[in-house]
Design a protein around this ligand. Sequence first.
Ligand SMILES: Nc1nc2c(c(=O)[nH]1)N[C@H]1C(S)=C(S)[C@@H](COP(=O)(O)O)O[C@H]1N2
Ligand SMILES: [Mo]
Length: 527
Amino acid sequence: MTSTAAPATQPVRDSTATAARWYPAVAGLAAACTALGAGELTTAALTVGGSLVGDVGSWFIDLAAGSLKDVAVAVFGRHDKAALVVGVVLTTLGLGAGVGLLASTRRWAGAAGFVAFSVVAAVTATSADPARAGALCAAAAVAAVTGAGTLHGLLALPGRGRGANGRGPAQAAGPGRRSVVVATAAAALGAAAAGSAVLVRRTRTPAPLAVDLPATTSGTAVAPSEPLAVPGLSPYVTPVDRFYRIDTALLVPRPDVRQWRLTVDGAVERPVTLTYGDLLELATAAEPVTLSCVSNEVGGDLVGNALWQGVPLSTLLERAGVRPGGDQVLGHSLDGFTAGFPTALALDGRPAMVAVGMNGEPLPAEHGYPARIVVAGLYGYVSAVKWLSRIELTGWDDADGYWIPRGWSKEGPIKTQSRIDVPRAGDVLAPGRVVVAGVAWAPTRGIRAVEVQVDAGPWERADVGAVASANTWAQWRWTWDAAPGTHTLAVRAVDGTGEPQVAAPHEPAPNGATGLHRREVTIRTAS
Ligand SMILES: Nc1nc2c(c(=O)[nH]1)N[C@H]1C(S)=C(S)[C@@H](COP(=O)(O)O)O[C@H]1N2
Ligand SMILES: [Mo]
């Protein structure tokens, strides 16, 4: 084969020069890798469950939560959290590359860059997780020293200043192949350290205690009567693995329950402190309660019904003795989240408890292990504190929960809502008998009636399934004699007080969406 390539010398010199230009960026990136790894390993060694990267991410969540008002309660649901961690890591690597480039002309810039970056990381992480301030600052310092040292070493490698082949003139200033190999090794070492940190964290994380929930002696059993069974219809009790999850926690808190305590304090006669064992012993009440997120859109799935087992708040408040002025129950989470609601609602007879069980099992980590608050009829953001550590009694105006200064209403009663589960949007179905089914909820008020409308036709009564109590959603079903064409189905509910669901559309902010759920389906022409 005949080569038409240009003489080799010119391109080689060019690529050497390019490599020389980019080598400091590669070195900076590698140094950032070692800094990240060292920082993670340090937090993993010094704390249970801590992470420098995680807490920088948490700081970002708190920042974003204040500015993205419309979506913020829901936005940090699932995948976004992984994306956030990746974002923090990529930003760090990018900044590292930048510091490397700066340091190639001004040596001091390497150390200065890593120190400045670590100070920012320490400050932001500590503001998100003040309880771990010492460990986070130590980790940031270790990261700074490691990063600056690695960068300095990589930029000073003897291979630098000689051609890639080791024979070129010094002016070509390409990095030695060895430098690139060493930089790659440093990056790999950093990645390995970060990986080990994950393992260390996992081994240091205490496993949940294997406990049996006590037998329940009060409360409401889930209705034994047969629920509506329609393929695609939400089951009356939502299985734990299908229950929505919403919280601001980047890393799920996993406390050691042997050390964990719940305190009830503030405006009380006698502050009370309970261990997990104390709480389990008292947790003999069970109630099915439908929980919903204020960010749930009309037709959305941020709602679920579970059987919660726990200690009635009334029991705990009685023990502590609420003083005059203690008219807000403010729950505090281990991760700093707070939510508050009127004390009167904890004592008006509705299910309001510190729950330790969900659907007959101890609470899963994602849903608040070891204990959380559940109050029937209130959106989660004003009540359902997970990873509960403290119940503080305060004056109504003396403290606000996490979401209140971020633009959401101080009070959050759940609005009456209904949803079509089947048919699915866009379904193409045969004409004739079509089962339309879904759920409707108005916790504490209950559902009196559900009606379905096809196009601009009359509102038709649906069958409403049996419920265990007015605090849960109800399944509903309606049989439609469907004619060919494209049709829009709509649903509306009437609550137990006779009040119809609000039909006017409104976005979730600031206190819950309203509007009717509609679905467009196509019915085939009979063949
Ligand atoms: N610690 C903590 N508890 C929290 C939250 C949170 O961000 N942190 N979010 C609340 C919100 S907005 C809702 S809707 C419910 C959701 O509970 P779930 O994830 O068990 O469904 O938890 C509430 N409890
Ligand atoms: Mo929520």
